[in-house]
Design a protein around this ligand. Structure first.
Ligand code: HEM
Length: 283
């Protein structure tokens, strides 16, 4: 398939993939299939998808570099915009939950720290979504890059918001934090290591460890639980999978994907050299 066609189909598939959670939610809302607390479930689902798409948008650059697959550049923007839109719908559902009383919503956002940081993250995501077009890129010139650097603190705030609202069940938030650690650590690796197996193995180890540290630190600071117990839980086979195990699994999956892609590329090169080139060079 030509590169243009690949990009076209990748963009269409991405658009469908980004819309599916919203379609599913609307359908379940319409058919009364959201359980006894539909608004709470919808708040949680939209928040979760906002974080998933936010992390995916941050994963585009590392994946493009490690998989050496340029078409991914063409879907980064729409994944980031989807994250902002899901977060906006998440806020709107919260507003609906407060019976559209904007004064109550504003007071709650000011009063509750986890809502305040969620709101700041949302403002940043919306600013990035609006200015993500090439028109804004030209208008803002060098400031565009500076502005879009905001994605990192915005993601950190969104994950902190996730942690705080999770109360004692922080498993999913710790998993998101571990993946975020992977994505940030990849960016601070020396360029040579970023695409090497050694770099990816180091990243897998560091992100897994970071997840254990996040989990242990959270339970120690918020619930006064001995960090050694969290460490022991991560080594207990009865308690699999912990967030750190999931981060390790994703990191290993990335390495396998990179290996598979490189193997396929090497096989294609060998095939071309052995069978295609001799045919072409024959007069
Ligand atoms: C003004 C902005 C925001 C408001 C008012 C808000 C409000 C809420 C509320 C009320 C909850 C549920 C809390 C509970 O059930 O106890 C929640 C959960 C959550 N929010 Fe937000 N949020 C905002 C921004 C964001 C943003 C920007 C993101 C991500 C990009 C986000 C991601 C999440 C996630 C992941 C959850 C947890 C879902 C789960 O537990 O499955 N929120 N938020």
């Amino acid at each position: 398939m030509s590169t243009q066609r690949t990009i076209f189909w990748l963009r269409q598939a991405t658009l469908i993939g980004l819309c599916l959670p919203a379609i599913d939610l609307v359908w379940r809302w319409y058919t009364d299939d959201l359980g006894p607390r539909p608004v709470t479930l919808a708040t949680h689902a939209t928040g979760d998808w906002a974080v998933v798409f936010l992390l995916l948008s941050l994963a585009m650059t590392p994946l493009r570099a490690t998989l050496d697959w340029m078409p991914l550049v063409h879907i980064r923007r729409r994944v980031g915009v989807a994250a902002a839109l899901y977060a906006l719908v998440h806020l709107l559902i919260y507003v609906l939950d407060q019976k559209w009383n904007l004064l109550v919503v504003a007071t709650e956002i000011v009063k509750r720290f986890y809502l305040t940081i969620g709101f700041v993250a949302l403002l940043a995501l919306l600013a990035l979504a609006v200015t993500s077009t090439s028109g804004w890129q030209k208008r803002l010139k060098r400031n565009w890059k500076r502005l879009h650097w905001l994605i990192y603190p915005a993601a950190a705030l969104a994950i902190l918001h996730f942690f705080i609202q999770s109360k004692v069940k922080i498993g999913e938030a710790a998993f998101a934090a571990g993946l975020f650690a992977w994505l940030m650590l990849w960016r601070v690796l020396p360029p040579r290591l970023r695409t090497s197996y050694l770099g990816l193995v180091l990243l897998a180890a560091a992100a897994t460890l970071a997840t254990v540290v996040f989990e242990a630190a959270w339970y120690a600071l918020v619930n006064d639980i001995d960090p050694v117990r969290i460490l022991a839980a991560n080594l207990d086979s009865d308690l699999v999978p912990r967030p750190a195990h999931k981060v390790l699994l994703v990191s290993v999956a990335v390495i396998a994907l990179v290996a598979g892609r490189r193997l396929a590329a090497a096989t294609a090169r060998l095939w071309t050299k052995r069978y295609i080139q001799p045919t072409i060079s024959t007069p």
